[in-house]
Design a protein around this ligand. Structure first.
Ligand code: HEC
Length: 122
């Protein structure tokens, strides 16, 4: 049963296309608002598939990427946005790891390591 669910999930992810809603819908309702911020902010310059299909499933990498994207001219991503976005991406990483059969209690998902070059400032 579990294997089947995993297969279905993998198939969904595998087809890549623009239909990633089913998988996002599986995230908890609480993260819906976070997803909305992510969807709004991270689809401005490229499709959402970019981050979603990047294969990143590590909070540290997400922190670095979101910081990097924020610094893009005209990103419109505020510090507050990045908190919600990172919260969504954290959930997303957990789902990705489950799907891949990776451990979800990995330090990569909890390490509070701030991105090296992003300590506030302008
Ligand atoms: C202001 C424009 C802009 C916004 C907003 C933006 N990005 Fe990007 N993003 C870029 C550019 C430019 C690239 C690299 C260009 C390319 O390779 O096509 C990129 C590439 C990426 C990549 C791929 C990096 C790689 O090495 O393949 C990821 C992942 C990514 N963005 C995630 C995000 C996330 C998450 C957000 C929301 C927090 C976001 N982006 C918002 C401009 C933006």
């Amino acid at each position: 049963m579990r294997a089947l669910a995993l297969l279905v999930a993998t198939a969904l992810l595998g087809c890549g296309g623009p239909s990633m809603d089913p998988e996002v819908a599986s995230a908890s309702a609480a993260s819906r608002a976070d997803y909305d911020v992510f969807a709004l902010r991270c689809s401005k310059c490229h499709s959402l598939a970019r981050p979603l299909n990047s294969g990143i499933d590590d909070d540290g990498y997400w922190r670095t990427y979101v910081a990097k994207m924020r610094r893009q001219p005209g990103s419109g991503i505020s510090a507050q946005d990045s908190v919600a976005i990172l919260r969504f991406l954290h959930q997303y990483s957990i789902e990705q790891r489950r799907r891949k059969g990776k451990p979800v209690d990995s330090p990569a998902l909890t390490a509070p390591s701030p991105a090296p070059s992003e300590t506030g400032g302008s």
